[in-house]
Ligand binder design. Structure first.
Ligand SMILES: *Cc1c(COP(=O)(O)O)cnc(C)c1O
Length: 376
């Protein structure tokens, strides 16, 4: 079939090409160099954080953030059940226990009321809650207005999984800038990409220095190889940082394009009963992915049926993250549930949202959706 449409492919062009070529020709091919340092400065500035460390992935950033705030084996870390598995995996790497909590229907983000209840229960049970990791689902910030005071009162530090939300804001504050540390992903499908990569940001210079140290095999600053801790090889290549710098310069344009796509979908579905757009009231989201939620009773069709129709036309869609409490790898883990995440998993469908989509592709996707709706 002609011209397949992907969900969120990388959007790279001449700017990335010249940036990576300059880096290559400069001889800085190592996981250190001027582009790494500049990329760290530029992301920190964009987010309004004092410090940043570039890393090989967002997952690495979450792992190091948890280590740096002293999450230990036997501790509990609260994780939304609706997220990508990396959030929960990072907790398991530290030896701590992820405890899952359900989300709000409107956004798919961590439900503050359930969080409050869970923190009370865990404390009553005598468990040390070492961290809460809110996730900014599909690029819309979690409700930090409520989450920050809740966690402050319980004296639990926050590490923000901002893997999906670079460029978004909440009440004027940048995604990633909440809590002790924030972590971005530059994986190939994210709003900006370095093919693979991540960054940890924080206002805490010591925390960032600790993460930088752990990311470089915990090498001591002496002429020979001396190690007093177990470290990790989590650094970002200078070549990839060069790609990231070019992408960051285009972030606002790419966000605007993704918002345009969201508005086209919203307009198309406005008159369709039983269909809503996830987090559609958040005008400060970065619109990384646009997800519709279909109430089959009101719509007369299921999200998966639209997904199958589009798939047959070579148009990629995806279900919302399968909740962590339903994952075989986390079977039997503790969870405080309302059923919302499971409903979003069954009734949600993520539509092509990439900023590199051509007008022809956009028209084809919208036409195919309309064709599907006419047959209902
Ligand atoms: C992509 C993603 C990650 C992991 O980032 P990587 O760079 O792929 O390691 C973590 N959490 C969420 C919510 C993500 O979407």
């Amino acid at each position: 079939m002609t011209d397949p449409v992907l969900l969120s492919p990388p959007d790279v062009g001449p700017l990335e090409e010249s940036s990576v070529l300059d880096a290559l020709r400069s001889g800085w091919v190592a996981p250190a160099g001027p582009d790494v340092e500049a990329f760290e400065r530029e992301v920190a500035e964009r987010v309004g954080c004092g410090h940043a460390v570039a890393l090989s992935s967002g997952t690495a950033g979450l792992h190091l953030a948890l280590l740096a705030i002293d999450v230990r084996p036997g501790d509990v870390v609260v994780v939304p059940t609706l997220t990508f598995v990396a959030t929960a995996n990072a907790v398991v790497y530290t030896g701590a226990e992820p405890v899952f909590v359900d989300c709000e229907p409107a956004t798919g983000n961590l439900d503050p009321d359930l969080l409050a209840e869970l923190l009370r229960d865990l404390r009553a049970g005598g468990r040390r809650v070492a961290a809460v990791i809110p996730v900014d689902m599909f690029g819309a910030c979690a409700d930090y207005t409520r989450i920050l005071p809740l966690c402050a009162e319980a004296e639990v530090p926050i590490v923000v999984d901002a893997a999906e939300s670079l460029g978004a804001t909440h009440v004027g504050r940048a995604a990633g800038s909440f809590g002790r540390a924030g972590v971005f992903s530059f994986n190939g499908n994210k709003i900006i990409t370095t093919s693979g990569g991540g960054m940890l940001v924080s206002d805490d210079a010591d925390l960032v220095a600790r993460c930088r140290y752990l990311s470089t095999q915990a090498r001591q600053p002496v002429p020979y190889y001396e190690h007093t801790d177990v470290g990790y090889n989590y650094r970002l290549s200078n070549l990839l940082a060069a790609v990231g710098r070019a992408q960051l310069r285009r972030l606002d344009d790419m966000m605007a394009r993704r918002r345009q796509l969201r508005e086209l979908y919203a307009k198309l579905f406005a008159a369709v009963p039983g269909v809503r757009v996830l987090a559609d009231e958040d005008t400060a989201a970065n619109c990384w992915l646009t997800t519709i939620v279909v109430d089959p009773a009101a719509a007369g069709w299921r999200a998966a049926e639209l997904g199958a129709h589009l798939g047959a036309q070579d148009i990629e869609t995806r279900p919302v993250w399968k909740p962590m409490h339903l994952q075989p790898v986390f079977a039997g883990r503790r969870a405080l549930l309302s059923g919302t995440a499971e409903r979003l998993f069954t009734d949600g469908l993520t539509l092509p949202s990439g900023s590199a989509m051509t007008e022809v592709q956009v028209a084809r996707v919208l036409t195919e959706i309309e064709r599907f709706l006419q047959c209902r």
